[in-house]
Design a protein around this ligand. Sequence first.
Ligand SMILES: [Fe+2]
Length: 389
Amino acid sequence: MKHAQTALASLCLGLAVLTAPGMAGAQSEPYKVFDTKPVITEGPYLSALSDTAVSVMWMTDAPSHAKLRLYDGDKVREIEPQVDGLVPVGQRHVVTVTGLEPGKHYSYEAIATRVVKLKPYWPDKGLSISCAPATFTTFSPQQAKISFSVVTDTHEDTARIGRLMKMVDWDSTDALLHLGDAFHWVDSEEQVWSKWLRPTVAAMGPGKPLLFARGNHELRGAYARQLAGYVPTPEGTYYYSRAMGPVHLLVLDTAEDKPDDTNVYAQLNRTVPYRESELAWLRGEVTGNRHFAKAPFRVVAMHQADWGWLPDSGAAWTALANQAGVDLVIAGHDHAFSYHAPDKTHAYHTLILGQDQLARVDATDRTLTVKVVSDKGVTAHTLTIPVRR
Ligand SMILES: [Fe+2]
């Protein structure tokens, strides 16, 4: 892992920006540019890729501003984020790219420029650094097949992450899906990287996307409120859907496993209105999304297979999934494998992945297969679902 990080870091090159251009048409006096450039210390990696958008995130060792240079064949686009009209300056960088074309190859460079001092006028700047271009392919509603690899409940065990990541066939997988509880609780930025993202991104590289379904443990701890900044999504929410060829994937946030008024939360949780918003969004997806309507397979990926704690115990969610024709729920939370065939209550297959297992999902327009293998290389289960329409 250390080797991979070093190799990745070495791909980030200082740019020869030695002049201080000032602003075109503004005063001639330039701002100062010091001979210092940032180091990209983490990433870049692709978060929550879709058929038309992606969020790219990386870190630098010193305050910088960031942009993404996107190569689309001969065309070059630069995407620079702004918040309320200001370019963000910091060490954590997120650039969300929209307007991509489905099923298309792109390459990108993550670029960071040092900001030495944020003065009101003429802030002091530094030099830029750029990573070697990395390539990725957007999902497409039209692609003939899709493959993704799934892990869950890694719970800060970096040896476990290492074992599971080695089992992934990266050449043939389109995405890594993590079903939550990467942490016991979320405490700090360093923990987010050291206990999860660093070993994950080292294996995944800058060109494969991470899809993340938040677990109940991710709502806990002093840094829980900052976690979204490390698993950004173009939508800005933890729940989203993806049109991935034969699969319409619904990534849900099942939030906590106990009521908001449980004493341990000290009146700091309000998941009820949050889940109501999520359910309203889900209703819109299953009734209004064209790819959902025609996709051969509809898959829900979420942390708690029973939808998490809800005042109605998830009855409205189960009814909606049944009515919408969800084929498969893939979840974690139990730390042990189980499989439940469709029954009178649940009209869909439910596969709960264990903590030390890797699931590989492969789908064409005829068949969806999930193969679950333990970190000892033993096949725990193979589920094949034929298309029902
Ligand atoms: Fe959990």
